[in-house]
Design a binder for this molecule. Structure first.
Ligand code: HEC
Length: 78
């Protein structure tokens, strides 16, 4: 069941990729991270974003695919 759900989430993430050249992360960052403060800018390390999202676990519930897409977007080189 969990595997099936993860598959669905990944499929949804892929469908979003086709919609935006920047990838699914850019859209997710705008929708999930722009509510409380300005949407954060890319430019930190993966490790750093992973820490930030860990600190946001309670504030921003994310599934594995969303989390990965957001980190991939924010940790890309500027
Ligand atoms: C429900 C409100 C809320 C949402 C949604 C939210 N944040 Fe935050 N964020 C905060 C608050 C409050 C702080 C300041 C307190 C703190 O640092 O823990 C903060 C601080 C930060 C900081 C600075 C802290 C640091 O360690 O550098 C970053 C970066 C950040 N958020 C990124 C994000 C990202 C990425 C998302 C989307 C996944 C997000 N935020 C979504 C409330 C939110």
């Amino acid at each position: 069941m969990r595997v099936a759900l993860l598959g669905l989430a990944l499929a949804a993430a892929c469908a979003t990729t086709a919609l935006t050249a920047l990838g699914p992360g850019a859209k997710l960052v705008r929708s999930k991270c722009g509510g409380c403060h300005l949407a954060p800018e890319p430019g930190r390390s993966r490790q750093d974003w992973s820490r930030v999202l860990g600190q946001h676990r309670e504030r921003v519930p994310l599934d594995d695919a969303e989390r990965e897409a957001i980190i991939a977007h924010l940790a890309r080189p500027r």
